[in-house]
Ligand binder design. Structure first.
Ligand SMILES: [Zn+2]
Length: 193
């Protein structure tokens, strides 16, 4: 049977998720191909899910350890799915208050976290044409960008909440989140740490 694009997505405990991704030098046709593969994986994964839409994705999640992320252009609507690529993204500055909100990750199956993040961030990156772009983001987009840039450095959302028994959730089949038992399901879970 043909492999689905979503089968390229790696999940914990794959140790590559804990490694630093490499900077892109030149934006070659291979980099464009990588971005196309990332989009294909995300679109295919979304098709398989009823309650979730992928808002962003990092190259390491298809086991390509390069500093490339894609971010969905429209968070509100499920179609059409369009993405912008950010190459070598770096946080220039984090600002604002620390806010908590829910986060999931295609590379951490079945777990959601209530994760504290700065609510404003400034980043810079290259676009697909190699032009420098600067993004000043607030709220949910600021959260998403911090999550993805963490991926470049082998950091995952669970690392921000690992000592917080109240912060771990799972998605029920009806689309609601239910708190996980920290002692039983989280703290000593060898698949996570
Ligand atoms: Zn993620």
């Amino acid at each position: 049977m043909a492999k689905n694009p979503r089968d390229n997505i790696i999940t914990l405990p794959n140790p590559h998720l804990r490694q630093r991704s490499k900077k892109i030098g030149l934006i070659t046709p291979e980099v464009r191909k990588l971005i196309a593969s990332m989009e294909a994986a995300v679109k295919d994964w979304d098709k398989s899910r009823e309650h979730e839409v992928t808002v962003a994705f990092a190259a390491v999640q298809i086991d390509k350890l390069y500093r490339v992320i894609i971010v969905r252009d429209d968070f509100e609507h499920k179609t059409p799915a369009r993405y912008s690529a950010l190459i070598n993204p770096v946080v220039v500055k984090v600002e604002g208050d620390i806010e908590r909100d829910y986060e999931g990750c295609l590379s951490i199956q079945h777990i959601y976290g209530h994760v504290p993040r700065h609510n404003k961030v400034r980043i810079k990156a290259l676009d697909i044409n190699g032009k420098e772009v600067r993004v000043k983001a607030e709220g949910f987009l600021a959260r998403v960008l911090q999550h993805e840039i963490d991926h470049m450095n082998g950091r995952l959302f669970i690392d921000h909440i690992k000592d917080d028994p109240q912060a771990f959730f799972k998605l029920k089949s009806d689309g609601h989140l239910e708190q996980l038992d920290y002692e039983k399901d989280v703290r000593d879970n060898r698949l996570l740490w």
